[in-house]
Design a protein around this ligand. Structure first.
Ligand code: HAM
Length: 442
C-alpha cells in the first residue's frame, strides 16, 4: 500500500498553499500597522521550556507533546541510559513559549525599552485525537507583546484580531468573542482555593480526572468535556467575585476600549483557557455554527509571569494565536472557494519541433521581463498546445511556426477576443513589455 501522510496531518496543495500565503501576508500587513514585526523560532525546543512555560498539569504538556529524539539519544534510551536535560526536545505545541524564550535569550526588551511586538506564523504540533478542525500538525498565526502591562495592549490586540478576521472575510456575525479576567498572583490563589473547596464538596459528582485536577490545578476542571462535570462547574465560584482592585480596573478598561471600537463581546467567567501561563485578560473567538466542537478560531491573553517562569527578569506579556485550518473551515462554511491558479500571461506554442528552440528563447524572454509564461514540454500537437493554453487560462498565445520564422514574425492571439495579429520578432519584446505594463495597471 502506498504510504500516506500521518494521521492528523494535511498536505497544503497548491491552491491552499497560495491561500495560506495570502492569509499570512494579510496578517503581516494588518499586524504591521500595530507595530508587530516578524520572528521565527525553531520548530522544537527543550521540553523543559514547555513544562515550565505552559504548565506540567495542562493537557498540552502532559498528554499532547511530540517528543523529538535524535537517533543517538534514542539508542541511549533504548539501552536503558539517560540523556541530558538539554537533549530532551519536543516539537512546539504552540508559539508563545518559544518567542518568550527568544526574547529572554536575545534581551529583546532591555530595561526601559518600548515593548517588543512580535508576530509569527507556522506549524504547531499536538498529539490530540484528530477530528474535523483538530489536527496533530496545524498552522497558527500569532503575536506576542512583551514589556507592557497596560490594558491598551490587550485591547489593541483583541481589536487587531477582529479586524484581521473581518479583512479575511470571516463574517463577524457568525463569531462570538468571549472575554474574562483570570486575576493575578494576588487574587487568584483565593479564587483557586474557593474552586477547590467547591470541587471537594462535589467530589462524588466529578470524574476521576477532575478529582485529580482539584489537587493539582482546579481551574482546569472548567475545560472538562464531561457533561456531568460541566454541570457541576457551572455552579462553581466565579472569578469576577474574587478579582483584586487592580485586576478589576485592568479588566474594565480592556472591555471599555474594545466596546469603544465597536466590537461586541460576551463576558464568560468560566473561560480559563488550556494553558497555565495566563494572568488577567483571557479571550477566545468562536464560530457560532457549523464547526462542531472545534469552534475556537483564535484565542489568547495576558501572561505577566511567564518570562520569569522561563528565567527572564519580570516582563509582562500579552498575545494570541489563531488557527489557520479552522479559519479556512469557517470561510468555506461561509461559502468561500479557494482562489484558483492565477492566469498565465503568455503561452508560447510551437507549430512543429523545428521551432522549439526559438519558442524556448521567447518564453524565457517573457519570464525574464516579469510575465508568467509557459511552453509545452511534451511535444504536443498544436491543437493540444492550444487546449493546454486554455487550461492555463492563458491571456495571449504566441504561435511560432517555421514559415513565419522565415518571415521574422510570430502570430499572437488574444485568447479572450480571439483577435490574432502577426508581430515582428524584433518588436515582440516591446509588445510583451506593453502588455506587461497594461497588466500591471489593470
Ligand atoms: P490555543 O488556544 O491553544 O492558544 O491555540 C490557538 C488556536 O490554534 C486555537 O484557537 C485554534 O484555532 C488553533 N488550534 C489549537 N489546537 C489546534 C489543533 N489541534 N488543530 C487545529 N487548530 C488548532 C495558543 O496556542 C496560545 N499560544 C495563544 C497565545 C499566544 N496566548 C498568548 N499568546
Amino acid at each position: 500500500m502506498a504510504v500516506r501522510a500521518p494521521e492528523g496531518t494535511r498536505d497544503l496543495l497548491p491552491d491552499e498553499q497560495r491561500f495560506w500565503t495570502t492569509f499570512k501576508n494579510t496578517a503581516a500587513t494588518i499586524f504591521g500597522r500595530y507595530g508587530y514585526q516578524p520572528i521565527e523560532t525553531p520548530l522544537f525546543e527543550q521540553t523543559e521550556l514547555f513544562v515550565r512555560g505552559i504548565g506540567e498539569a495542562t493537557d498540552v504538556v502532559s498528554k499532547e507533546m511530540f517528543t523529538a529524539i535524535s537517533g543517538e539519544n534514542l539508542k541511549t534510551l533504548v539501552e536503558g541510559g539517560t540523556i541530558k536535560a538539554k537533549s530532551r526536545l519536543s516539537l512546539r505545541p504552540e508559539g508563545t513559549a518559544g518567542v518568550v524564550r527568544a526574547v529572554v535569550q536575545h534581551d529583546l526588551v532591555p530595561q526601559g525599552a518600548a515593548p517588543a511586538k512580535l508576530m509569527y506564523a507556522g506549524p504547531m504540533f499536538r498529539a490530540e485525537r484528530p477530528q474535523k478542525g483538530r489536527q496533530r500538525q496545524f498552522n497558527q498565526v500569532g503575536i506576542e507583546c512583551l514589556g507592557a502591562e497596560e490594558p491598551t495592549v490587550d485591547a489593541e490586540g483583541i481589536i487587531m484580531l477582529m479586524r484581521f478576521f473581518e479583512a479575511m472575510g470571516i463574517p463577524v456575525a457568525s463569531t462570538r468573542l468571549l472575554v474574562n479576567s483570570m486575576g493575578c498572583s494576588e487574587c487568584r490563589p483565593a479564587y483557586r482555593d474557593a474552586v477547590k473547596a467547591y470541587m471537594d464538596e462535589h467530589a462524588a459528582e466529578l470524574c476521576d480526572e477532575c478529582n485529580r485536577r482539584a489537587e493539582v490545578n482546579p481551574l482546569r476542571a472548567f475545560d472538562c468535556k464531561n457533561p456531568a462535570c460541566s454541570e457541576v462547574m457551572d455552579g462553581a465560584p466565579k472569578i469576577s467575585d474574587y478579582l483584586c482592585d487592580n485586576c478589576r480596573a485592568h479588566y474594565e478598561t480592556v472591555k471599555q476600549l474594545v466596546a469603544d471600537a465597536g466590537i461586541a463581546f460576551i463576558e464568560e467567567p468560566r473561560l480559563v483557557r488550556g494553558l497555565d501561563y495566563y494572568t488577567r485578560t483571557v479571550f477566545e473567538v468562536q464560530v457560532v455554527e457549523g464547526m462542531g466542537s472545534q469552534n475556537a478560531i483564535g484565542g489568547g491573553g495576558r501572561y505577566d509571569k511567564l518570562v520569569e517562569e522561563v528565567g527572564g527578569r519580570p516582563t509582562p506579556g500579552f498575545g494570541f494565536a489563531l488557527g489557520y485550518e479552522r479559519c479556512l473551515l469557517a470561510l468555506q462554511a461561509a461559502g468561500m472557494e479557494l482562489p484558483g491558479k492565477p492566469p498565465c500571461d503568455v503561452f508560447v506554442a510551437s507549430v512543429d519541433d523545428s521551432v522549439r528552440d526559438m519558442s524556448f528563447r521567447i518564453v524565457q524572454a517573457a519570464r525574464d521581463m516579469g510575465l508568467t509564461a509557459e511552453i509545452d514540454h511534451q511535444h504536443r500537437s498544436l491543437k493540444s498546445q492550444f487546449k493546454l493554453a486554455d487550461k492555463l487560462n492563458a491571456v495571449l498565445v504566441a504561435v511560432v511556426g517555421p514559415d513565419e520564422l522565415e518571415e521574422g514574425v510570430v502570430t499572437v492571439r488574444n485568447m479572450q477576443t480571439h483577435h490574432e495579429r502577426k508581430v515582428e520578432l524584433k518588436t515582440l519584446k516591446s509588445v510583451m513589455e506593453r502588455f506587461l505594463g497594461e497588466r500591471q495597471v489593470g
